[in-house]
Design a protein around this ligand. Structure first.
Ligand code: MG
Length: 396
């Protein structure tokens, strides 16, 4: 799957965390990235956690990620995985789903957007390429048919913006009753972003996501473009949220349970956004079922979720939770009703994919298999070629 900074080379790398209590409850957490360094970080957390009451979540925030101590040691994402695990423990101990701990659910299902990537052909089969406009539309139809999506996210920033503007307009034309959104991952100049933004005014846009990099750049875009702007890059903590409220740069904040340090910080941020009538949606950073559960419980409890959530989840071929992949129905996924996060580990699957990771290692997220040595600039002008239909070789 191709993106503005490189590719997902056929897999995601995640670290699964288990926190065990003295009365034998095991809580599950998940973090992006992996390998020995991630394992070492979580093992080092043991000395902080032994003897700690998992109900004391605010205490744990200062224990693990005190904001001033974090100047030396940023553990926000580590805290997030531990917070998922502690909430999972509490839910199991109290016999309630995490959503009940967070204020109670307002909805039983969370709607998701299709997440339309440009894709290289599958190296094994040569099929599944998404590059031309016809291929993008065929892929969108296939996703809609299989999962029932009524919102389409075009994940781009790969090709020249003039080409991508044609792609986006074609999606808008093809699905006139559906909602659409576009994300170039902040690789454009302000001027380019204005040109594209003005070119999509009048379409059924949810928002234009990170068209340029930085709050100041987005403020300049917002002055010139009559489409709501969204970000998952430059408002990812409360300091930045405050800056965005005092001098607004984006209209919609995409809350990520990992980037913000857990589900609860996202609930707090959503409340701030509710107060100032800033929009919110749920961001995806390439989740397996455990983090997906955190996103579902978040989506269930925030009143101001006015957009379909993002998920990479439907691009997965398999999951490490019991029962396999959680199911989409009519474009949405049911919020788990079991105690805690409501998902349990399938240890066979975990072992299988841990072995695969040991064999293959990580992948260079910020590299493109067919463009060795390439890197994107900000703003970028080194676009991929939309007439290049080669198939990469990727080991499995
Ligand atoms: Mg984004």
């Amino acid at each position: 799957m191709r993106h503005a900074n490189g590719c997902h080379w056929g897999r995601f790398v995640r670290t699964i965390v288990e926190v065990e209590t003295d009365n034998g409850i095991v809580g599950l957490g998940e973090m992006g990235g992996g390998g020995e360094s991630a394992e070492a970080v979580f093992r080092a957390m043991k000395s902080y956690l032994v003897g700690h009451d998992p109900a004391r979540l605010e205490e744990m925030r200062f224990l693990i990620a005190n904001p001033t101590a974090s100047l030396y040691n940023n553990r926000t994402q580590v805290l997030a995985a531990l917070e998922f695990a502690c909430l999972d423990i509490l839910g199991q101990a109290w016999g309630v789903p995490v959503s009940e701990i967070l204020g109670g659910r307002l909805r039983d299902r969370v709607p998701f957007a299709s997440y339309l990537f440009f894709r290289y052909p599958n190296p094994k089969t040569g099929e599944g390429e998404v590059r031309t406009i016809d291929q993008v539309l065929a892929n969108a139809h296939a996703m809609k048919k299989k999962y029932g999506f009524t919102t389409h996210k075009v994940k781009a920033g790969v090709f020249h913006p003039d080409y991508e503007l044609e792609v986006y307009r074609a999606v808008a034309r093809e699905f006139p009753d559906d909602r659409i959104r576009y994300d170039c991952n902040a690789v454009w100049s302000v001027e380019q972003a204005i040109r594209f933004g003005q070119g999509i005014e009048g379409l059924r846009n949810d928002y234009l996501e990170d068209p340029a990099f930085g709050l100041h750049a987005l403020r300049r875009v917002r002055q010139m473009v009559r489409v709501p702007l969204a970000t998952n890059t430059v408002v990812v903590n409360f300091e930045q949220l405050a800056a965005n409220i005092l001098d607004t740069a984006v209209d919609v904040i995409l809350l990520d349970t990992t980037f913000w340090g857990g589900i609860r910080p996202c609930v707090k941020a959503a409340a701030v956004c509710e107060t100032f009538q800033i929009g919110v949606a749920v961001h995806s950073s390439g989740e397996l079922g455990i983090q997906l559960a955190s996103m579902l419980h978040l989506g269930a409890v925030i009143p101001n979720l006015s957009f379909a959530a993002d998920a990479h989840y439907h691009h997965l071929a398999d999951d490490v939770v019991e029962g396999g992949l959680l199911l989409y129905q009519a474009g949405s996924i049911a919020v788990p009703t079991g105690p805690g996060l409501g998902v349990r580990l399938n240890r066979d699957k975990l072992a299988e994919y841990a072995d695969l990771y040991k064999r293959l290692g990580g992948y260079p997220y910020d590299q493109d298999p067919l463009r060795p040595g390439w890197t994107a600039l900000v703003p970028n002008d080194r676009w991929a070629d939309p007439t290049d239909g080669r198939t990469p070789r990727i080991p499995y």
